[in-house]
Write a protein that binds this ligand. Structure first.
Ligand code: GLC
Length: 610
């Protein structure tokens, strides 16, 4: 079916799309199939969503607006089912959420599914959570409430119980070709020489033996997650078909999961290869033709120098947004050390990226915190990278003298001594320990930390995203250790059921829940200031104190300074050569930027006086 809206968009991208596709696959038949899938995707798109497409084409920077506040959650942990979630929308609206990331909810095997990241059917909502119709109804209700839904698209692999894998196991060659299957260890061993491991502790190695097939299969993540072979055009075409199906159910943001891993080549790390960018660029163009309301969020947890490439260029863009994992881990690193130098360095790197680079900022999500500090920068500062990393993960596991944190290690690797960290924001900030010890003063300090961490997270350039439960100070769920299907993965420590009882306490004066909920709400409120306009220039500023970070937002109407004290002591920031006169946002009192007192773990906001 031809259409006056689709055709001009397709024609605009046709040359580049065909060029890239042929360069990668050299298969005209498959190209026709892709184009058919695109046309069919457009034909199946509802009038309501086509209207949204038109609206977004007029307002392409919608996701950069200053009132965008995100939240991420598991449907089942928050409300059981999609319909249950729909009933709990008032809770999200109360907080001004405009962007909701639901963790994977497509049909998955049980009990092992890597938190939904092993998908059995990309075209079907998991029956435990509802139906495709429930998902469409949810996205409709969300849109009416001004909330955009983000859903994972697990591109890199399928569950080993996916139909394709089952048919591959049954010996069908066409399906074996959708994966990487080998009769013996010759090629797997060659791959292993250059491919790092993702889960050295919980799923060592990159290949798994498949008894039914009598072959080795490439499984970068868990043995039950089979890597798809994107060198096969049928894989790409089928995955696009499923992606468009989700878009047509009303999903507005596709989180392309583990995208750096989707292309494999012997002799390489199999990460961030050139062909990955070709594929992401093609996906971007396909969405722009079929469903331009939909944007791409890349899950690229890689070294900062690899990140920028995933945005593409302004002429040939790839992802719209990426996770800001580098700054996130440096926020935690700074909190553990009371030293903001590495954090400042990381922010400076981000601020030097081109204008079109936009990040999702966050403190915690469903995953661990991986300690990928910038080692060259550490060495420049006289910091030993390994000693520093060990300090930080031991600190957050509560294994360092004086630590207030109660987290856990994740994937400790005895060979490299690498480890990552799990735990909720409140537990990592000391709330859990203070409550356990009944220490009121420690509790006050811990809540100050929670507030400060949210303050800096929301002050940065980009889209702030809360981890559901953090807004009421949810603590770790240690009971996961008693469940043998969960125990091996310590990320389950912070993947706990949302407690309605605790949430109800947010209105009861003086409770931890109320204090944290209020702190997060107050912080979100700060974003209404004119300096949060998306085109404001954001920069760090020297404070003369290693414990205090200053961020300055230079807006057209206002300059605003955020001061964040990561240390346990009151500090005085000296903002040399900052022009203009400032007042404290909350008290309205004038502030001398040469002598600016910031209490221990405190936040201060200064606004320019007109
Ligand atoms: C992403 C997810 C993580 C999952 C992995 C494999 O990194 O965030 O939870 O384990 O992909 O799909």
């Amino acid at each position: 079916m031809k259409d006056t809206q689709y055709q001009p968009r397709f024609i605009r991208h046709k040359d580049e799309l065909e060029w890239l596709f042929m360069e990668l696959y050299n298969d005209r038949h498959a190209l026709r199939q892709l184009e058919d899938v695109m046309e069919a995707g457009y034909a199946a798109r509802s009038g309501e969503l086509k209207a949204l497409d038109e609206q977004r084409l007029q307002d392409p920077d919608w996701y950069k607006r200053q009132d965008m506040l995100g939240m991420t959650m598991y449907t089942d942990l928050f409300a059981g089912t999609l319909n249950g979630l729909r009933e709990r929308l008032p809770y999200l609206k109360e907080q001004g959420i405009r962007y909701l990331h639901l963790m994977p909810l497509l049909q998955m095997p049980r009990p092992h599914n890597d938190g939904g990241y092993a998908v059995e059917d990309f075209n079907r909502v998991d029956p435990k959570m509802g139906t495709n119709e429930d998902l469409a109804a949810l996205t409709h209700s969300l849109r009416e409430s001004g909330i955009s839904l983000c859903l994972d698209f697990v591109m890199n692999h399928t569950a080993s119980s996916h139909e394709w894998a089952m048919r591959a196991k049954a010996g069908e060659k066409a399906y074996q070709d959708m994966y990487f299957c080998y009769d013996d260890r010759t090629i797997p061993d060659q791959f292993e020489q250059t491919m790092p491991e993702v889960f050295p502790g919980t799923a060592p190695g990159n290949f798994s033996w498949c008894e039914e097939m009598n072959k080795w299969v490439l499984t970068t993540f868990h043995t039950y997650q089979w890597d798809l072979n994107y060198g096969n055009p049928a894989v790409f075409v089928e995955m696009v078909r499923s992606m468009l199906l989700l878009a047509n159910l009303g999903v507005e943001v596709l989180r392309i999961d583990a995208v750096p891993y989707i292309w494999k080549q012997l002799g390489t790390s199999c990460r961030n290869l050139r062909q990955v960018h070709t594929i992401v660029r093609m996906v971007r163009m396909i969405l722009e033709c079929v469903c331009p309301a939909v944007i791409l969020k890349g899950e690229v947890v890689m070294a900062p120098h690899e990140l920028a490439a995933y945005f593409g260029t302004p002429e040939k863009p790839e992802c719209h947004v990426l996770y800001n994992s580098s700054v996130m881990l440096n926020l935690w690193g700074a909190l553990a050390s009371g030293d903001v130098r590495l954090l400042k360095h990381q922010l400076d790197v981000f601020h030097s990226l081109p204008e079109h680079c936009w990040f999702v900022n966050y403190l915690r999500c469903h995953d661990d915190i991986g300690w990928g500090f910038d080692e060259a920068a550490e060495r420049d500062m006289g910091i030993d990278p390994l000693m520093h990393k060990r300090y930080v993960y031991q600190f957050f596991a509560g294994d360092f003298p004086g630590s207030y944190a109660m987290g856990e290690l994740y994937n400790f690797d005895p060979d490299t001594l690498d480890a990552r960290t799990c735990g909720t924001t409140a537990s990592l900030c000391g709330v859990e320990k203070a409550l356990k010890e009944g220490d009121e003063a420690a509790l006050d300090t811990a809540i100050d930390r929670v507030k400060m961490m949210h303050g800096i997270m929301m002050f940065q350039k980009g889209l702030p995203m809360l981890n559901c439960g953090d807004e009421i100070g949810q603590l770790n769920g240690w009971e996961y250790q008693q469940d043998e299907t969960l125990a091996e993965d310590s990320r389950n420590l912070h993947r706990t059921a949302f407690s309605l009882e605790n949430a109800a306490l947010r209105t009861k004066e003086g409770t931890v829940q109320q204090r944290i909920f209020q702190a997060v709400a107050d912080t979100a409120q700060v974003r209404n200031q004119p300096a949060f306009a998306p085109d404001s220039y954001v920069s760090t500023w020297d404070t003369g104190d290693r414990g205090v970070l200053a961020l300055v937002r230079f807006g057209r109407e206002q300059t605003m300074v955020g001061l964040f004290n990561f240390s346990a002591y009151d500090r005085r920031a000296v903002l040399n050569s900052l022009q203009g006169s400032f007042a404290d946002l909350h008290t309205g009192e004038p502030v001398d930027v040469q002598h600016c007192l910031v209490p221990a773990y405190g936040v201060r906001y200064l606004v320019s006086k007109p």
